[in-house]
Design a protein around this ligand. Structure first.
Ligand SMILES: Cc1cc2nc3c(=O)[nH]c(=O)nc-3n(C[C@H](O)[C@H](O)[C@H](O)COP(=O)(O)OP(=O)(O)OC[C@H]3O[C@@H](n4cnc5c(N)ncnc54)[C@H](O)[C@@H]3O)c2cc1C
Length: 346
């Protein structure tokens, strides 16, 4: 017998993890996306996403990364291969506070001086005095490979996939979705995980969400970069971040300070910051890409029932510029909050 039914709206990393979580509990799951599956237009689609605790604002944030790594390990074990590459990580700013949180959580890390920094980062030209904070336990999640494998995984577990099927707010409120001529679907529960598109699906949430565009540059770089750590808050402006070119990916850089909500992107400023920080003579620029995530004013994620749906529809949004790595935890939260209430209503 099939279990209760779930519709997940959005096949980014949060929708995929949520679908997998409910499938494992025996639910009958359908996943719809406005685009193809996998969807290269989603924020979750890129060669890699960083996972590290170097941006932690509390000891609890560090523990969250620990638990997220545990969640990802479960996925690798299910897939039979890992899409995580441990590169180590280097923070270039705000070391004092971060080392307190990391130390309190028992996360391995050490302060490194300018000489060690130069040994860790190939072709370093300029970085402020004071060195950095290094941890061996940081790395990259090979995001597009994960998304591709998760679509296959959930399909193999019986998930019904609906590509190119934008879901409308009216359908969510009604709790009924047309599948084809004469065929309708009324799931027990709907989870909206529409990323930066959430304000268009649940219009009431639009004022609480801000879309942030970020442009990344991709380079082919000397092989020494394959052994480099990921970089966070780096360079003379303290705002560069970089993912090293592991597992056949390219070196990727962006500057968080240049991500102006809704504003135009200043490519020249990013080029200048990179050239100020690194000797780039042997680098070859390959391409740039722009990507959007959504955040709330206070940075807190939204996980709540959609008003007027009697708790039969929930939305998860505002997952921020660090939201890929935490998807295993988000799926668990959705599972704990949403399914309980819906099962109680049944
Ligand atoms: C440049 C950049 C760098 C980042 N770096 C990191 C990082 O290093 N580490 C990290 O952890 N995170 C990082 N993030 C954040 C992370 O990528 C996002 O938080 C995460 O991918 C969001 O996943 P999601 O599933 O919520 O949304 P998305 O991946 O955007 O997926 C949402 C999906 O919903 C679909 N959708 C929208 N509307 C509808 C509708 N009406 N009907 C059906 N489907 C719909 C969309 O087509 C899309 O496929 C970065 C983000 C950006 C932009």
């Amino acid at each position: 017998m099939r279990g209760p039914s779930l519709l997940v709206v959005g096949a980014g990393i949060n929708g995929l993890w949520t679908a997998w979580r409910f499938l494992r509990a025996g639910w009958d799951v359908t996943l719809a996306d406005a685009g193809p599956l996998p969807n290269p237009a989603a924020a979750s689609w890129d060669q890699h996403r960083l996972i590290h605790p170097l941006g932690a604002e509390s000891e609890a944030d560090v523990h969250a990364i620990e638990r997220a790594l545990g969640g990802w390990a479960e996925l690798w074990s299910r897939l039979g291969h890992s899409h995580y590459r441990q590169t180590g990580g280097l923070l270039g700013n705000r070391m004092e506070a971060r080392s307190i949180f990391l130390g309190a959580a028992g996360w391995p890390c050490q302060r490194v001086g300018s000489a060690s920094l130069a040994a860790l980062v190939p072709g370093l030209r300029r970085h402020p005095e004071g060195g950095g904070l290094w941890t061996p336990r940081a790395g990259v999640l090979l995001a597009d490979r994960i998304v591709t494998d998760m679509v296959r995984l959930i399909e193999g577990l019986g998930c019904r996939l609906l590509p190119n099927r934008p879901i409308l707010e009216e359908e969510i409120r009604e709790g009924r979705f047309r599948l084809g001529p004469g065929e309708a679907f009324a799931p027990d529960l709907t989870i909206v995980a529409a990323g930066a598109g959430t304000g268009e699906v649940i219009r009431m949430l639009a004022p609480r969400l801000t879309g942030v565009d970020q442009t990344m540059f991709y380079f082919s770089a000397p092989r020494a970069w394959e052994r480099a750590p990921l970089l966070v808050d780096f360079g003379p402006h303290d705002d560069l971040w970089a993912a090293p070119p592991v597992a056949g990916t390219m070196l990727k850089l962006a500057a968080s300070d240049l991500a102006v909500p809704g504003g135009p992107f200043d490519s020249d400023a990013l080029s200048e910051r990179i050239a100020e920080t690194f000797r780039t003579i042997e680098w070859r620029f390959v391409r740039q890409a722009r990507c959007r995530y959504a955040r709330t004013a206070d940075g807190a994620r939204i996980l709540e029932p959609v008003r007027g749906t009697d708790q039969r529809a929930w939305v998860v949004a505002g997952c921020n510029g660090g939201g890929f790595k935490l998807a295993p935890l988000v799926a668990e939260l959705v599972w704990q909050h949403a399914r309980g209430q819906v099962e109680a209503l049944a």
